[in-house]
Design a protein around this ligand. Structure first.
Ligand code: CA
Length: 241
């Protein structure tokens, strides 16, 4: 069955162009031209990916993203979101990531690039059994347990609600405890695409992970900043079958 993309974008010409490219790439495309309708469609249609413009009538992209991430239905709350932004201010993009967007693309962009980003996002969020085999050993560092089979992270037995991207970053670092990763390495491993100027987004994801794990960057139990390099996992990690 074709994967479904919901486009929430008020520029109809852009929707037309993107729809053509996405359909050409084998996706089924739904479209909404304002935030409120888009939000309702996201909840009803449960698309595989949402491409969400930041500046929208009725309800802006940040509000839509925030509302979706808080949805009680986990299939709605966990939907992968790519934000489109025309704004050049980094704060807006960073805010989108803080609200739980998985990725963002700055306008103007090539439709081909967006299609590549959608594919990369779906590839890395692919559940077990539907594609690449994943190592199944659970990784444990003290009270923190990451279960790759269930894509689940728990802290003291309580589930930690990470976005897909946050999960992938934590999984990468935990698989290689003690090894420092640069921001571009993290992006490359996690997103499959490295674009200039996106390194800052890694910092935002790391900040979110630390907050959710209650990890203090000044005295980290899990993720340590390696100055001039990037990040590494500092806890001892054991593997459990
Ligand atoms: Ca717009």
């Amino acid at each position: 069955m074709a994967q479904r993309i919901l486009l929430i974008e008020d520029e109809r010409n852009l929707v037309r162009t993107l729809r053509a490219y996405l359909e050409q790439a084998g996706f089924q495309v739904l479209a909404a031209y304002d935030g409120r309708t888009g939000y309702a469609m996201a909840r009803q249609e449960k698309p595989d990916v949402i491409i969400l413009d930041l500046m929208l009538p009725e309800m802006d992209g940040l509000d839509v993203c925030r509302a979706l991430r808080r949805d009680p239905d986990p299939t709605v709350a966990d939907v992968p979101i790519i934000m489109l932004t025309a704004r050049v201010e980094e704060t807006d993009r960073v805010l989108g990531l803080e609200l739980g967007a998985d990725d963002y693309v700055t306008k103007p962009f090539s439709p081909r690039e967006l299609v590549a980003r959608v594919r990369a996002l779906l590839r890395r969020l692919q559940p077990v059994g539907s594609g690449r085999a994943r190592a199944s050993a659970r990784l444990r560092a003290g009270d923190l347990v990451l279960d790759p089979t269930r894509r689940e992270v728990t802290l003291k037995g309580q589930p930690v609600d990470l976005t897909g991207t946050e999960y992938e970053i934590l999984y990468l670092l935990m698989r290689h405890p003690g090894r420092p990763f640069s921001r571009s390495e993290i992006l490359d491993q996690v997103q499959g695409v490295v674009l200039e100027g996106y390194e800052r987004s890694v910092d935002v994801h790391i900040k979110n992970i630390r907050r959710k794990l209650g990890d203090n960057p000044r005295n980290p139990r899990y993720i340590q900043t390696v100055y001039g390099v990037g990040y590494k996992f500092v806890g001892d990690v054991s593997r459990e079958a």
